[in-house]
Write a protein that binds this ligand. Structure first.
Ligand SMILES: *Cc1c(COP(=O)(O)O)cnc(C)c1O
Length: 402
């Protein structure tokens, strides 16, 4: 892609980046290349190390034209040179950790993160001889204090699942880079429209593309955007050797969804603000967290860093017993909103996330870190992913139980 193309606006890039009329048929829509292998006219070696950039396609685990198309689209929207797509968001997270960390290295990971990432960092990385420090990334002094001579990577997530706490990306990247460490950021909640992660210094921008980027709840996938050098290392390690590649069919579905991502994010943001304001007005709701609300504890950072506050809301209704009872009422009575995990789809989704069990399974926080979590989440939150339905219908649905 040329520089001129990359300077186009996000709505144009989401539609046109990475694709063009098919040279062999003139098809306007991008083709789906469901082929595991590609006929070659070169006598070449069999190791990925022999593969030259310009040597064309050989085998889909090494590269596939439909997956490439989606990777170029995501890189264009993130403003990076390259992107690697993976079988899931978790495959993207493990690709980052297993490419850039080795035995004896140290990594700083957000003390709250997507539960799967939290468990991978706490349980798997130490088993491989990697030292892990779990840090509240909204506390810059704690990040500075955690950095060591052997720190190779700082992994953050903003806004963080499930509590909506933010990390100041320029402050964290400055500290990490001064210490010689790379920075990865799980930007799934923000989407590529929500913040300029790479522009703020993040080296590896990670997404579960199952969520906003695909946007339709029908395909699981992951992505990491970054420099050609870093993504090239990940492609060799994570895709070719570990093998967790994205299926071309999922890439095609997700690219189709991604064409409308900028439009959808505007609607998610507007709908979430309407719902968040309504929730704040209900007596049964004790606390609402959304980065677009004036009441968000880090509102100044949200205004400085976020270009779209997206559709994720977390809200509290009192103690855990109240939350559990309400969750059951939602399962029984909601007609539009689905009571289900996942997020970022056109369908609205809601799920009860109780603090105490999460502390046992995923986060295991104590002291100040637990206090910071509870400042956002209390005894538990309903995580509401506001979809693209009419906000009035979502409010009417919730009004049956709230
Ligand atoms: C869903 C999610 C993941 C994991 O993605 P999968 O596609 O389900 O593997 C990682 N991070 C965040 C913030 C998520 O919401």
């Amino acid at each position: 892609m040329t520089d001129r193309k990359n300077s186009r606006g996000p709505m144009t890039l989401a539609i046109h980046a990475g694709e063009g009329p098919d040279p062999s048929t003139g098809a306007s829509a991008p083709p789906l290349h469901m082929s595991s292998t590609f006929v070659t006219d070169q006598v070449a070696g069999f190791s990925a190390h022999d593969l030259e950039d310009a040597s064309g396609y050989l085998y889909t685990r090494w590269g596939n034209p439909t997956v490439d198309m989606l990777e170029r689209k995501i890189a264009a929207l993130e403003g990076t040179d390259a992107c690697l797509c993976t079988a899931s968001g978790m495959a993207a997270a493990s690709a980052i950790f297993l490419t850039f960390l080795s035995s004896g290295d140290h990594v700083v990971v957000s003390d709250v993160s997507y539960a799967g990432v939290a468990e991978l960092a706490r349980d798997t990385l130490p088993r491989l001889g990697i030292e892990v420090s779990l840090v509240d990334m909204s506390d810059i002094e704690a990040v500075a204090a955690a950095l060591r001579d052997n720190t190779r990577l700082v992994h953050c997530e903003t806004p963080v699942n499930p509590i909506g706490r933010l990390t100041d990306l320029s402050a964290v990247t400055r500290l990490a880079h001064d210490a010689g460490a790379l920075v990865s950021c799980d930007a799934t909640f923000a989407s590529p429209l929500g913040q300029e992660s790479a522009g703020l210094g993040v080296d590896l921008v990670m997404h579960s593309i199952t969520k906003y980027i695909g946007g339709h709840g029908d395909a699981v996938g992951g992505a990491v955007a970054g420099s050609a050098e870093l993504i090239g290392r990940m492609r060799l390690e994570a895709s070719i050797h570990h093998g967790g590649i994205l299926s071309p069919f999922n890439a095609w579905l997700i690219a189709r969804g991604m064409a409308t991502l900028p439009l959808r994010m505007k609607a998610h943001e507007a709908g979430a603000l309407e719902l968040a304001n309504w929730l704040e007005s209900r007596d049964s709701v004790t606390r609402v967290i959304h980065p677009g609300l004036a009441s968000h504890p880090q509102r100044a950072l949200a205004e400085r860093q976020m270009t779209n506050t997206a559709g994720m809301i977390s809200f509290q209704v009192g103690d855990a017993a109240k939350g559990q009872a309400l969750a059951q009422q939602m399962i029984d009575r909601l007609e539009v909103i689905h009571y289900a995990v996942s997020l970022g789809h056109h369908r609205s989704l809601i799920f009860w996330m109780e603090t105490a069990p999460l502390m046992e399974t995923s986060f295991r926080l104590q002291g100040r870190q637990l206090e910071s979590y509870r400042a956002f989440a209390g005894d538990g939150v309903f995580r509401l992913s506001v979809g693209l339905e009419d906000p009035a219908d979502l409010i009417a649905d919730l009004a049956q139980v709230l």
